[in-house]
Design a protein around this ligand. Structure first.
Ligand code: GLN
Length: 533
């Protein structure tokens, strides 16, 4: 029988609900329970795939091709489980399903309403996560802040679940803020009291509070919270501001959050095995070396737009005992008259991650030329791979006007072109080539060094591909095609031999990186960067 933990948020957004949820999941997993995670997002986009990364941050992709909120990336990095379509549910998805059912006639003459039709749809998504994952415990995060109009239907559905299942099968944890007021120099509980009051007005009594606070809350503050919020004092947890998010599970474990949840569920208190996690943290906090990597992209003003790439760079750094500092380079700025030598002066590697549209493209290509010619380790991801091909076609193969039809439909040499099965697609939402596809790797290549296997599965998110008409000329000029998807005859990896590390991958390896397990091509990239003089 699956048990359910729900994480809500109050007072303000950005308190780290996702990290709280992931931490709880990690702790329960460390005690031998099978966990699964899920996020409800109150917005009306069916998925975040069509949202601007500068507004919304990165789009994370699951193995089965669901485009999701970036919190899913945190979940996977914390619990080291691959999530799926049932893990990210938006209001858009819920309403779309309900309206489709109504059109089909599934409601048999009923008036379709918020309660019970929308709320039933939400409840089904919660239960479906439990059933399809076969998990002992499902941890569901509810996006937004209690009090928002948008999250009302979700909270009503959870209230019903709390009523149906009771305390032995549900655990509600409310994440709130305890601000410190300078002058009177005290921690204030009123915003939390009000937020819990809002939640209780909706019929949900939280079982626990996770309080974001600048320092540990003293006993009298906890007592006050317990009294006014109707939560036992030992169920009030401090989440002090912590630079290293990976430490948060340990702080919560010290306060016995996992034990309290398991007790409420009547589940056995197996010993928590956290040694691997503590070792990982020790490693990341005691790095000897330090290097700079330039990340060239057009969404650099919001670092969250590259969250998983950033994480993967750091994880690879941990493997080589090196702190990776990122030099954020706005690709558009490289397009003017600018001294690249100055921009990349301290960089031991250049990475061009994924992206869409034509803005800033020429700046990225300039950076790639610079990396190729000056033998600076290069890693191109998705768009970064496609641009490496374009750069090579233009400057090594002398293919005039080489480009991608994404940026220039009429270019003379479309070395990157729309995939055949994308032609004729008019809907932009959810129609890219998404999720896991196999890649066959050639031996004696950098790709093989990175993966040590000839068959790998990687996650994708693209519409364009290497144009096979140019295979011959590209290879004749010594760019190696080292990875192919056999089924679609689609180029997945390109590399250049006479270079310390020049590789482009059509997939998104960043999604599979873990703090204690550097991803293959990120690892070879950082290794090469650490060796660069
Ligand atoms: N815009 C390119 C494409 O659609 C690359 C996508 C990406 O980098 N994720 O193929």
């Amino acid at each position: 029988m699956t048990k359910y933990v729900f994480v809500t948020g109050g007072v303000v957004s950005g308190l780290g609900k996702g990290i709280t949820a992931s931490s709880i999941a990690l702790l329960l997993k460390s005690r031998g329970y099978k966990v699964f995670m899920q996020k409800f997002d109150p917005y009306f986009n069916v998925d975040p795939g069509t949202m601007n990364p500068i507004q919304h941050g990165e789009v994370f992709v699951t193995k089965d091709g669901c485009e999701t909120d970036l919190d899913l990336g945190h979940y996977e990095r914390f619990i080291d489980e691959e999530l799926n379509y049932t893990s990210n549910i938006t209001s858009g998805k819920i309403y779309k399903n309900v309206i489709e059912k109504e059109r089909k006639g599934d409601y048999l003459g009923a008036t379709v309403q918020m309660v019970p039709h929308i709320t039933n749809e939400i409840k089904n998504k919660v239960y479906e996560a439990g059933i399809s994952s076969n998990a002992d415990i499902v941890i569901t995060e509810i996006g937004g802040t209690v009090g928002d109009i948008e999250s009302l239907a979700f909270l009503e559905a959870l209230r019903q679940i709390q009523m149906e299942k009771g305390k032995s099968e549900t655990f509600f944890i409310h994440t709130t803020l305890i601000p410190f007021i300078y002058g009177s120099d005290e921690l204030k509980t009123k915003p939390t009291q009000n937020s819990v009051k809002d939640l209780r007005n909706l019929g949900i009594s939280p079982d626990a509070l996770a309080c974001r606070t600048p320092y540990n809350t003293p006993d009298n503050v906890k007592e006050k919270l317990a009294l006014f919020c109707n939560v036992p004092k030992e169920n009030i947890f401090d989440e002090i501001d912590e630079k290293n998010i990976y430490r948060i599970p340990l702080h919560l474990h010290d306060q016995k959050i996992d034990e309290i949840i398991l007790r409420q569920f009547g589940l056995k208190l197996n010993k928590a095995n956290l040694k691997y996690w503590i070792d990982t943290i020790d490693r990341m906090e005691n790095l000897k070396g330090e290097i700079e990597i330039s990340l060239v992209g057009k969404y650099t003003e919001l670092h969250d737009a590259y969250l998983s790439v950033m994480e993967a760079l750091h994880h690879a750094g941990y493997k080589y005992n090196t702190k990776v500092n990122i030099n954020w380079v706005d690709s558009e700025k490289l397009e003017g008259n600018i001294d690249l030598k100055k921009v990349f002066k301290n960089s031991k590697g250049i990475i061009v991650p994924g992206g869409f549209g034509s803005r800033g493209i020429e700046g990225m290509i300039k950076a790639i030329t610079y990396a190729r010619e000056n033998k600076i380790p290069y890693l191109g991801i998705c768009l970064g791979m496609q641009l490496a091909v374009i750069e090579f076609a233009r400057n090594v193969c002398n293919l005039e006007d080489a480009s991608s039809t994404e940026f220039k439909a009429t270019c003379l040499n479309p070395v990157i072109d729309l995939m055949d099965d994308q032609k004729g697609i008019l809907n932009m939402g959810g129609t890219l080539r998404l999720g896991n596809y196999e890649c066959t790797i050639k031996k004696d290549t950098l790709a093989y060094k990175a993966y040590k296997e000839t068959k790998i599965l990687q996650r994708h998110r693209h519409r364009y591909e290497f144009n096979n008409k140019y295979k011959e000329i590209i290879e004749a000029n010594n760019m190696t095609i080292s990875g192919i998807n056999d089924l679609a005859n689609l180029v997945e990896i390109v590399e250049i031999k006479d270079h310390p590390h020049f590789i482009g991958v059509q997939f998104h390896p960043e999604f599979k990186s873990r703090p204690n397990r550097a991803e293959g091509v990120f690892a070879t990239f950082i290794e090469a960067a650490t060796k660069k003089k």
